[in-house]
Structures are given as C-alpha cells and as structure tokens.
Design a protein around this ligand. Structure first.
Ligand SMILES: [Ca+2]
Length: 571
C-alpha cells in the first residue's frame, strides 16, 4: 500500500501541477474564473484540482459508503470536517486515483447536452405516448433509440415556475416564482419576483464554468417582457448566446400582436418580427448553427420552443393534412402545429447524427406543463386540444394531467434502445444535478431539491427516495382549468406510491394510491388516516418553509431563507 501510495502521489503531483499551470494561464487570459488554491500544498492541490475537474463531491459521496469518516463532508467547505482524515494514505490514494482519472477526461471529451422543452404539450400528445391521431415520427425515433419515461413531473403546471425548477434544481416557490411572470403590478400582487434572481445557482452556469459553450434558443419566461424592462438577459444565467421571444429580453423574434407589441417597446436586443409558424424553424436553425460552430468542444444547448402553446397559427398547407379533425378546428390547428414542430426537430436530430455527435450528445425532450385548458374552448362547444392520456387535470392543475409530462432521453451507445421506464419518478428539479452527473461536472450539492437520477437516464430503473412537493394557486386569482373537475387543491406531495393534495389551510385533503392506477378518482384520505396524516404534516412543513412574500417571511423566519436571498433581503 505504501509503495502504491508513493507512486500515485508522485504521478498526481506531476499531473496536477501541469493542469494547474494551464488553468492559471487560461484564467490570466480571462477564459475561466480565477483559480483559487495552493498548488504546493498537497491538500490544496487536491482542493484546487477537484474544483477544476468538478468531481470531488461525487468522489466523497461515493466514498461515504466505504469510508465512514467522509461523512464530515460539507457542501459549504467542500472538505471533510477533519482534513487530517483526508491525508490518511487510504483516502488519499482513493481520491488521487479518481482525480487522475478525471484529469485525463478533458473538457473536449465530455458529453454535450441538447435539451428540447416544448410548451404546453400534453402527456398523451406524442404518438410514442399513445396518440393515434397523429404520428410524430421524428420524436418517436428519438424514443425508439433511447429511454421513454412514464413518471416524469415538472415542478409546476405553468410556464415560469416549471422553467425555474429546471434552471435551479429547486422547487420554484423557493424563488418566489409560483405562477407565470406577468406585469410588475400583477407580480407584486401575488408576492412574486419580476424575474429569477441571477445570483442563484443555475444549470447553464455550471456548464459554462466547466468550459462548455452554452446557448438558449426559444421561450424564456423567467424574466423580461410586458412592462418588466430591467430583467437580466439569459447571459446572466450562464448562456453565451441567446435568442428568445416576447417572454424575455435580449435578441428575440416576435410574432405579430399581443405581448410582442409590449416587448418591442422594451428594447434591449435586436428584434425581428416573424410569423408564429416560423419560430420553431428559426430556433432550430440557430441550434444547428450553434452545434456546427461548437462541434469540436462540449456544448450545453436549450431549444425551448413556443410551440405548441395556443393560439395556433399553423402553416396553411398543413391544415389540409389534418382536415379530418376539422369538426374541432382547434384540434386541427394543434395537430398541424405539432406536425411542423416534429419535422423541424427532426432536422436537429439528423444534424447531430450527421456531424458524428450522436455518441457524444445527450438529447433530452420534455414538455413544460399540461395542455391548454381555457374555459373559452368549452364555451364554444369544443374540447381544448391536447391530450393527457386520461390523466385527470390539465394546465393549471396539480392533478397528474397538469404536471406529468413526456420525457425522452437518447444517448447513443449509453442509453439502451427502446426502453420504457414506467416506474422511476423523475422531476424537472432533478435535471440540473442529473445533467451535471452525466457530464462529470460539479453541481451545487446540498442546496438542491432535485437528486441525481443519471442511473435512470442510463437505462436503469432506480427508486426515488426523496419526496416531491408542488404548490400552485394560493388564492382564487390564479388561472384554473376550464372544467371544475380538473381544478386541484393548491398543494401536493408525491412520496413513493402515494400522492396527497390539500389546500394551505388544511382543507380539501385527497389521498391517492398509485399502485392501483393514476386516475386520482378514489380518495383514500378517510380510509388511510395514518398515511394521510403523515403526508399532511410533511406537506404543511414544506409549505411553511416556502417564502410567502418578498422580505416578510425571510425577516420572520431567516433560517428558512436560502443564503443568496438572505443577502438580498438584508441589503
Ligand atoms: Ca407552458
């Protein structure tokens, strides 16, 4: 062991010194953040190199099971509490060997991530999720070549908080974004921020810090638009490039009318007016261009479409293709929009493969919330377009139809082909740590609600251990689905096979056992009082921890506020 240790330490020192020097040079040129650490001190070298390689938390996490003394690891200090323990030869050898392995994995070898986020598409709208009214052949091909999840949730049944959950890995209510971002007046009335705090950990920034090229093309809706002209650009959250629409600032494309007129008055970016049916094509064009330019380096790319959000303005020629649905013109339009979206995404998938990047690129596709549910559709005598495959609820509901969405992951050579994962519960808040894990970079551990579900992305079927919480609709002013039966209580928790919903005042308790189906029609709250009571307590405790209005809750309960918000609250 001693001989091994000496050899490994010598190799480590040499390799790390070399790596440190190259990163110092890069930092001097402004290509990466300044490097902290003491290269001549062995523990300092480890600390520095761990940060550069982004692997120490994973190393220590893995080692906890093997080395009980590593439980002193603290996300704040990034070190075991007793640093002398780390100097034990066994620990050094193990960490050193792992670091050396990581050091040999240069940034150029890391996996790319392309995350496609569709707007308001229902759980049952893709043909690979059972829709027989339309064939989404390109997205189906992705599912055929990868893993298709049947229990993927987003963090909210509406746009902005769902996106905040993806971006931060935390439940969006913690960031005081619990409905769609609206005008300043409306945001204030609901106790919401006008935009996501740019100081919070954000997934793209983690990838940018690790040397990735990053870009966001498509709908943003985490700040900027209407009368909010001071929201940060996507660049403040870690994106090198961006092209958004009226729910964001910076360079953007705007369809005619409505919120675009307000967006134009805000300035702050190059604005181009385009027909709505061309938006997806433009975003895909930008995505392809970005991939071509960055094919030799790792990249993290968002393609967050405005499709298939209503109102619908499909290419006129595609309406004829779906003429058999003309008895409900909204369904006809919806399918025409979906058909075009699928074709455009097919161009993107084909380009990734044609560039020889299929085995280096993780393609991920999901939707941000359930399908549209405006009352006006029913008032006109139509069912709103978009399917939930029989799940109760739609957009603006915490029943399954509002928050359960398709999730498809393809990583050629890694994910098994054509697998359906029907059992693993995955959430939008998991994507941040999961993406980081898959790419071998560091995520801000200890402060996230999401967990690393990379095993599921690799084709395994792990069981989720951490409960999921939701809140939507703190008062009657919030948008609700058109049908009364789709309107849920305002809080929900999913733990294992159980889901409990209730209102903040403890009324309206509903308990469902998903081992006997997902219909959410057989309320077991009265017949399973012990389980209902336990989940009510957990949900109530979580609800109490959520800030209720800017400043007030932090001041009365400062320990509940995340650190970055505390700083802002007391400035
Ligand atoms: Ca949406």
């Amino acid at each position: 062991m001693n001989g091994w240790s000496r050899v490994s330490r010598a190799s480590l020192l040499s390799g790390v010194q070399s790596r440190f020097s190259s990163l110092q040079q890069a930092a001097a040129k402004g290509h990466c953040p300044p490097i902290a650490g003491k290269p001549l001190q062995f523990s300092g070298i480890l600390k520095f190199e761990a940060r550069a390689a982004g692997c120490l938390p994973q190393v220590l996490h893995q080692d906890r099971d093997v080395f009980p003394y590593a439980t002193g690891y603290d996300a704040e200090s990034e070190w075991p509490a007793d640093e002398s323990v780390l100097r034990s030869s066994t620990m050094i050898l193990r960490v050193a060997l792992t670091l050396l392995a990581a050091a040999t994995l240069g940034a150029a070898d890391r996996a790319n991530i392309v995350f496609i986020f569709i707007d308001d598409m229902g759980y049952g709208d893709l043909s690979c999720y059972g829709n027989t009214d339309i064939r989404t052949e390109n997205i189906d091909r992705l599912a055929d070549e990868g893993v298709r999840f049947e229990q993927f949730y987003v963090a909210s049944p509406i746009c902005s908080p769902s996106r905040v959950g993806i971006t931060t890995g935390r439940f969006p209510a913690r960031h005081m974004i619990h409905s769609f971002l609206n005008s300043r007046k409306r945001n204030k009335e609901r106790g919401m921020r006008d935009f996501l705090d740019p100081a919070v950990p954000a997934v793209a920034r983690s990838f940018q810090d690790a040397g990735y090229a990053t870009a966001h093309f498509g709908k943003w809706h985490m700040g900027g638009g209407r009368d909010v002209d001071d929201a940060p650009l996507p660049q403040a959250y870690g994106f090198d490039e961006s092209l958004v629409s009226f729910e964001g600032l910076g360079d953007r494309i705007l369809p005619p009318g409505g919120l675009s007129e307000q967006s134009k008055r805000l300035g702050r970016g190059t604005i181009r007016e385009v027909p709505k049916h061309e938006m997806t094509e433009i975003y895909v064009d930008r995505a392809i261009d970005f991939i071509q330019r960055n094919r030799e380096k790792p990249f993290y790319l968002h393609v967050w479409l405005n499709d298939v959000h209503d109102r619908f303005f499909p290419k006129p020629e595609l309406l004829e293709k779906f003429a058999r649905f003309a008895s409900n013109p909204y369904r006809q339009q919806y399918f025409a929009v979906m058909d075009e979206m699928d074709r455009q995404l097919g161009r993107l998938f084909t380009e990734v493969d044609a560039l020889g990047l299929a085995e280096k690129t993780i393609l991920v596709l999901a939707s941000d919330n359930g399908p549209t549910a405006w009352r006006r559709y029913y008032d006109e005598g139509f069912d709103p377009p978009g399917k939930t495959n029989g799940l109760r609820g739609r957009k603006w509901s915490l029943y399954e139809g509002g928050i359960r969405q398709p999730l498809i992951v393809r990583w050629k050579g890694v994910t098994p082909v054509g697998v359906t994962n029907a059992t693993t519960v995955v959430s939008g808040v998991d994507l941040f740590p999961t993406f980081c894990s898959l790419a071998g970079i560091e995520s801000p551990s200890g402060d996230l609600d999401g967990v690393d579900m990379s095993a599921a992305f690799r084709g395994e079927q792990p069981v989720r251990r951490r409960a999921l919480f939701w809140e939507y609709g703190r008062d009657p002013s919030y948008l609700r689905p058109g049908l009364e039966s789709d309107r849920s209580p305002a809080l929900a928790v999913r733990e294992g096979k159980w889901k409990l919903l209730m209102n903040p005042d403890g009324t309206g308790v509903e308990l469902y056992d998903f081992s006997s189906g997902f219909a959410e029609t057989s309320n077991l709250a009265a017949t399973k009082p012990d389980i209902a009571s336990r989940l009510k307590d957990a949900l109530s405790e979580w609800w109490r921890s959520v800030p209720k209005a800017m400043g007030s809750d932090y001041e009365t309960n400062p320990r509940r506020a995340p650190r970055y918000c505390l700083e802002r609250a007391f400035i």
